[in-house]
Design a protein around this ligand. Structure first.
Ligand code: SF4
Length: 463
């Protein structure tokens, strides 16, 4: 490896300094460290999988698999969780991870350098000590020799995962076979979603099931559950009987987003908005006290301002009045009309604000953008069409071209480095298939692909 990639040190123009945090992440991703690493609690740890490299908010590597050894004896079970990388041990607290539940699943804190005789023990918000590894002293070669290998990874788009054992097997399939497999997995995923909404319709009503499904989809990944809880605790039948301000007051009050403290410091517009809502909410809250959501239910850290749940709740308040139209578009299988209604949702205040207390946005922004509409069509519209008209759902998803989210990108890097054309990779049904296989196989695998049965299954399909 060194002979192939590295120029002799004497030819380099500048001496190599200490690495930055991204370079330490690259060292971890490429596993350019000793096979067994010493931890600060006197154990050693073998890294079975370094995890998926996360370039968004939250821990740097997700779903890492490690095995701890105490006095030379391996733990019976591997440990699965997240890995956070920093330059120094104290960066853990400096970045607020000690108080952030998003870091509760961290199983290893990897730092470039230790603190000499001083000790610092990182702990999660739930007061669990996180074992720590100093990487700088446990590399396979001196840092100046590894630096060019890391630099090659840091060009955008940066990788999130390495190709898995199934990747060459899928690439070896006859033309069109890989797409066929992925579409079949996509339809399987669609049927599972359809089943879920079918049962909600039977237990409640078609309108209530649609209200809950849209609320959940608006929660995106981070806040799907609290958004669904809000829609269940404030059913469509109740909300549609209220005027617009009362609907907002109920949604924001029940969700815990109406501030209790003085609003005197706010700008005039949010202050006036809040006063109106509080006047309604303090009279209405009594019977709903049992259903109030604590603010801790919401995940706000690392969220882009435009994805804040306050904006999603404001959108839900508007959707309530348009639900009969949305349902009609669903029944007539008009995805375009369904999406058009959602794109037209307006709210003069929330188009200019991401939070109640923050400054106004530089330019007004739609409450529900194109990307969210696509997500709703994939996760709500077509699964609800499927039981009545499976062919329409299949064709609808095959015709949809989507950019793909982070999970789809990881799945593509794991399984399909060269098998599909760019157009096929953007097809919504193919992406749903990728996500299903990723969930069923990659996210349950603890062996760096070794024990995964998917490649053998693909070989059988080839025959
Ligand atoms: S875990 Fe299985 S499906 Fe995932 S990349 Fe590895 S071989 Fe492929």
């Amino acid at each position: 490896m060194k002979a192939n990639y590295l120029p002799p040190i004497s030819l380099r123009e500048e001496p190599v300094g200490t690495p930055g945090e991204l370079e330490v992440q690259a060292l971890w991703f490429e596993q350019l460290h000793q096979p067994a690493l010493s931890t600060d609690d006197g154990r050693t740890v073998e890294i079975v999988q370094p995890g998926f490299w996360n370039h968004a908010g939250g821990p740097d590597f997700t779903r890492a698999v490690v095995r701890f050894f105490s006095e030379g004896k391996p733990d019976e079970e591997v440990t699965v969780g997240n890995v956070e990388v920093h330059l120094r041990p104290t960066d853990w607290n400096a970045h607020g991870h000690h108080a952030d539940p998003a870091y509760d699943e961290t199983v290893l804190h990897v730092v470039w350098q230790g603190m000499g005789a001083k000790a610092f023990f990182p702990a999660t918000a739930s007061f669990r000590r996180v074992p720590q590894v100093v990487l700088g002293t446990q590399l396979v070669a001196p840092w100046p020799e590894l630096q060019p290998l890391c630099a090659a990874l840091l060009h955008r788009p940066m990788p999130q995962a390495t190709p898995g054992r199934c990747s060459p097997v899928l690439a070896d399939l006859p033309d069109g076979k890989a797409v066929e497999i992925l579409r079949a997995a996509g339809l399987f995923r669609l049927r599972q979603k359809a089943q879920r909404w079918h049962w909600r319709q039977r237990l409640t009503s078609p309108e209530q099931a649609l209200h809950e499904a849209l609320a959940e989809a608006l929660g995106f990944h981070a806040n799907q559950i609290p958004m669904r809880l809000v829609a269940q605790r404030l059913p469509w039948k109740k909300l549609r009987g209220l005027d617009h301000e009362a609907r907002l007051a109920h949604l924001f009050g029940l969700s815990g987003f109406l501030p209790n403290e003085s609003v005197a410091r706010l700008h005039a517009e949010p202050r006036a908005w809040l006063r109106k809502l509080w006047e309604i909410w303090w009279k209405a809250r009594g019977p709903l006290a049992y259903a109030l959501l604590p603010k801790t239910q919401w995940r706000l850290a690392g969220l882009r301002p435009l994805n804040r749940p306050e904006r999603r709740l404001a959108a839900l308040a508007q959707i309530v009045t348009r639900l009969p139209e949305l349902r009609a578009a669903l029944q007539s299988r008009e995805a375009g009309r369904f999406g058009h209604i959602l794109l037209g949702i307006r709210d003069p205040f929330w188009e200019k604000h991401a939070t109640l207390t923050g400054a106004a946005l530089r330019s007004p922004c739609r409450l529900i953008g194109e990307e969210r509409v696509q997500d709703i069509l994939i996760n709500v519209f077509w699964p609800m069409v499927l039981p009545e008209d499976p062919e329409a759902a299949r064709l609808g998803l095959e015709a949809m071209s989507v950019a793909g989210n982070s999970a789809a990108r990881v799945a593509t890097q794991r399984m399909l480095t060269s098998t599909l054309t760019a157009k096929q990779q953007r097809e919504a049904l193919v992406q749903q298939g990728l996500l299903q296989i990723f969930r069923d196989y990659c996210q349950t695998d603890c062996s760096q692909c070794r024990d995964c049965t998917f490649p053998e299954m693909v070989r059988k399909w080839k025959g």
